[in-house]
Design a protein around this ligand. Sequence first.
Ligand code: DX5
Ligand code: ZN
Length: 215
Amino acid sequence: MILSPSILAADFKNLGQQIEEADRAGADYIHIDVMDGVFVPSISFGMPVIKSIRSATGKTFDVHLMIVDPIRYVEEFARIGADIITVHFEACKDVKETIDKIHAAGCKAGLSVKPGTPVSEVFPFLDTVDMVLVMTVEPGFGGQKFIDYTMDKIKEVRAEITRRGLKTDVEIDGGVTKENIDEILSAGANVIVAGSAVFKGDISSNVKYFKARTP
Ligand code: DX5
Ligand code: ZN
């Protein structure tokens, strides 16, 4: 399992230190939620923050763009240090063109669906994307409860990836807890985003707990 702690739940007054602590404890990626107040109701942070935390860790920057028409900013996110750029199916005018632009910028590409969007919408792009992100809460806020019916979407996309013999990663995001992690891994997710479950409390022991889980 690949653990991607979401800094949305971090204490921003100590952001650099908290990222370093997650890194030292064994986090694989750092999940970075960018929100524009249009695609989702909230606004989080943008380029200057990402640029300044790039020096805090060498871990993979897993950038989750919750913004409309994300193709506009792909090159800039790549330039400031994104390694994986994930865009929303619902937010792209042209999904294929957006994925191609992410790859041309030297990053891995992820494609995400909100809870209400059928996961089959990503099937036509499965062999072009590196990762599918199944949202397991409504995007926009941390600390929400895992939406139970999304468990079937994880199973559905994993089954299709296996059927086609692909290596695509399946990431899930939202409502992960120490209680539901094993079921999520069994359903077929292999990249786990966790915000509150990592940053609220003892970061180091939380990271170690999740990293000790196996599918
Ligand atoms: C929600 C964000 C998530 C969020 C997850 O829109 O995409 O990455 O930080 O937070 P938790 O793990 O607290 O549900
Ligand atoms: Zn996210």
